[in-house]
Design a protein around this ligand. Structure first.
Ligand SMILES: Cc1ncc(COP(=O)(O)O)c(C=O)c1O
Length: 337
């Protein structure tokens, strides 16, 4: 049995027809690059503090830190805060009340809304409808569709950022030369390849190929519906234990579909995670922290199991995981306690 990863391994297929699609001109190489670009668009510099959520991956701190100074939200000084990165973890979308709470505490703050795990019905419609919620919205085609790269940056009042403003042809050539240098690659292939592709992402052959053959809008709708089919497998007992804002998102098909289901458990979570990993080959054998509060300012972190909802996971496998959780009485009754 192959390991099912938290995010898709292979791209969603949606053959290109004559349907309208998002233009290639607005797809930048990655959402990470979009983060650095967002800082530049907002005119922020090293002396500007940008509030960051707890537990975000190093690449986010890195790409914000290339131009401004990341500071954990809980230490962000009210007087000197320039911007905040709001992350809807795993595509679970906090309500506008949570964003208002933040704007109330930090007046004149700029908001970069990291929506990389959210899969709406349409990226374009979603960005337009949320126009007043943030200065910048960022989406990812790799995290949602497994497209091999691809980020979208929506600037309030302007629309999608044009790809041309992000391209640095000489850098791309230089990095491509390193990737193609057989001598270097022989010795350090995985490190060089991993660093350039994962940390810089300058050339995106897989994304380019996918975009030539697939329609983003069709792929988005298709994967959105498949993610939502998988959410339904988590039965009413599990559903009811979630806070209301999460239950509302499950019920409201117009909101983006989340990508990973967080399960808080009774018992030793490390042992349970390892057991699930060994039995079902899902996710990775470790635990994550998830914020169950509808608040970016006052997070309610809990250790959770992370169960992927993307369509590489078979629904029958999910049914078995849910049954295993009930048989072993490991689901907690109320996550907010
Ligand atoms: C919270 C968050 N924002 C942004 C990114 C970057 O997305 P991409 O892989 O499309 O560059 C990631 C990637 O892991 C992420 O976890």
């Amino acid at each position: 049995m192959d390991l099912v990863k938290l995010w898709r391994n292979t791209p969603v297929a949606a053959i290109k027809g004559n349907d309208v699609d998002i233009s290639r001109d607005v797809i930048i190489s990655s959402a990470r690059q979009g983060l650095t670009k967002a800082i530049a668009i907002l005119g922020l510099k090293r002396s500007d503090y940008v509030g960051m959520p707890d537990y975000v991956g190093h690449c986010i701190i890195d790409f914000i830190g290339r131009k401004a100074t990341p500071v954990p939200i809980k230490f962000l000084p009210q007087k000197y805060a320039s911007a905040v990165l709001l992350y809807d973890q795993w595509g679970w979308q906090k309500t506008s009340i949570a964003r208002l709470e933040l704007k109330k505490k930090y007046q004149n703050i700029r908001i970069i809304w990291d929506r990389v795990d959210s899969l709406p019905l349409s990226f374009g419609d979603e960005a337009v409808n949320s126009e007043n919620e943030a200065d910048i919205q960022i989406f990812s085609l790799s995290k949602t569709l497994g497209a091999g790269g691809g980020g979208l940056v929506w600037i309030a009042g302007k629309g999608w950022l044009q790809q041309g403003t992000c391209l640095d042809a000489s850098l791309i050539d230089g990095l491509s030369n390193i990737l193609n240098d057989a001598n270097l690659n022989k010795q350090f292939y995985s490190k060089i390849d991993g660093f350039i592709r994962n940390e810089c992402i300058c050339n995106t052959p897989n994304l380019d190929k996918w975009l030539r053959n697939n329609n983003i809008n069709t792929a988005t709708k298709k994967e959105n519906s498949l993610r939502r089919d998988r959410i339904k497998i988590f039965d009413s007992t599990i559903m009811k234990s979630l806070p209301n804002w999460m239950q509302n998102q499950i019920r409201n098909d117009m909101l983006p579909a989340p990508g990973i289901f967080p399960i808080a458990v009774n018992g030793d979570i490390d042992i349970i995670a390892k057991d699930i990993y060994a039995k079902f080959r899902v996710g990775i054998p470790s635990v994550y922290h998830f914020n169950f509060n509808d608040s970016y300012l006052n997070p309610g972190w809990r250790k959770v199991l992370a169960i992927p909802l993307h369509s590489e996971i078979e629904t029958s496998l999910l049914v078995n995981i849910v049954r295993y959780m009930h048989d072993n009485s490991i689901v907690v009754n109320n996550y907010t306690r």
